[in-house]
Ligand binder design. Structure first.
Ligand SMILES: O=C(O)CCC(=O)C(=O)O
Ligand SMILES: [Fe+2]
Length: 312
């Protein structure tokens, strides 16, 4: 499996929506999402002025705060609090941030972590989240184009990116942690689409359709884009929600910044009629409510939750 890499910002400007180049790329993006469920995206515009370095500098400062300070980040929603996990010789810590663009979650975290609220941290994180969230809409529109769907399906995908949740992840190698050496954190993301960047310390692996774990080498200036279960179901199972995990081996800490675009809880996800036919693509998912699917996953932790919950 050779993961594709696309460049949306050729020669300093965005590939123009509707242009021949855009249509060509849409087809390839759709194909990559079908075959691998992930791809790399080069996006110099986002990284200009060292935005990415700033994000990781801020994250390093955050994760190096005392453990008891970090543990104050407690949020009632699942996967949103500060958390520590151990798996496969890896020590993992993360902070969830709900809907960064439409809520005050970043401000709340900054005020909790630092006495002066750290305005630089807040602005850096919000700026990066906004840009990555905008890119996710470009990708989703390309998928609509790539299937040749009518324009009204643009609103489907806009609704599927109503929320931009963020996760700040930190990993390091913990060879002493033998109790969890066989525990994997392989999973699919439940949301629509995930965009991640890392501090050049590799560790992400994707499970290919043939069942082998493939190292994802994310070049400098690139992001990795991963299809989630909600988008897979909307596409009638044509897009592949890639199972992925992180394995650490070296000495350096790995930081990743992930934007998880997702529908609002009340959104009904329904396969477009154009993606269904009697012979090759019979309907695979019933219409379902995203919030109900997510609650089902939270209560069961079923690795195949989307098929169990909405599969036909
Ligand atoms: O940090 C990574 O590379 C992957 C993170 C991930 O899969 C997640 O947060 O869902
Ligand atoms: Fe993930």
């Amino acid at each position: 499996m050779m993961i594709s890499c696309f460049d949306f910002w050729k020669g300093g400007k965005t590939v123009e929506e509707g242009s021949e180049e855009w249509k060509e790329m849409s087809k390839k993006v759709r194909e990559a999402c079908e075959s691998d469920g992930c791809f790399l995206l080069r996006c110099d515009e986002i990284n200009s002025k060292g935005a990415r370095e700033e994000v990781f500098k801020n994250m390093e400062e955050l994760f190096h705060l005392p453990q008891q300070t970090k543990q104050q980040h407690i949020v009632s929603k699942p996967f949103s609090s500060f958390n520590v996990h151990k798996f496969m010789h890896t020590h993992y810590e993360c902070f969830g941030l709900d809907d960064v663009l439409l809520s005050t979650s970043v401000d709340t975290l900054a005020n909790l972590m630092w006495p002066q609220g750290n305005p630089h941290f807040r602005e850096t994180l919000k700026g990066m989240s906004l840009k990555m969230s905008e890119v996710s809409l470009v990708i989703l529109k390309m998928i609509v184009e790539g299937y040749g769907l009518s324009q009204h399906h643009i609103s489907d995908v806009e609704n599927m990116k109503s929320c931009s949740h963020v996760r700040l992840n930190m990993y390091n190698t913990d060879k002493n942690n033998t109790a969890y050496k066989d525990k994997s954190n392989g999973h699919t993301d439940k949301n629509t689409l995930t965009i991640l960047c890392e501090n050049e310390v590799q560790g992400l692996q994707v499970l290919s359709k043939t069942g082998t774990w493939v190292d994802i080498v994310i070049p400098e200036n690139c992001f990795v884009v991963i299809v989630g279960d909600a988008l897979k179901a909307w596409s009638n199972g044509r897009l592949h929600a890639a199972t992925h995990r992180v394995i650490m081996s070296g000495e350096k800490e790995r930081y990743t910044f992930g934007v998880f675009v997702a529908p609002k809880e009340e959104m009904k996800i329904e396969v477009p009629g154009e993606l269904v036919d009697d012979k090759i693509h019979p309907l695979r998912y019933r219409p379902f409510n995203y919030g109900e699917f997510f609650s089902h996953f939270v209560s069961t932790h079923n690795h195949n939750a989307i098929d169990v919950f909405a599969g036909l």
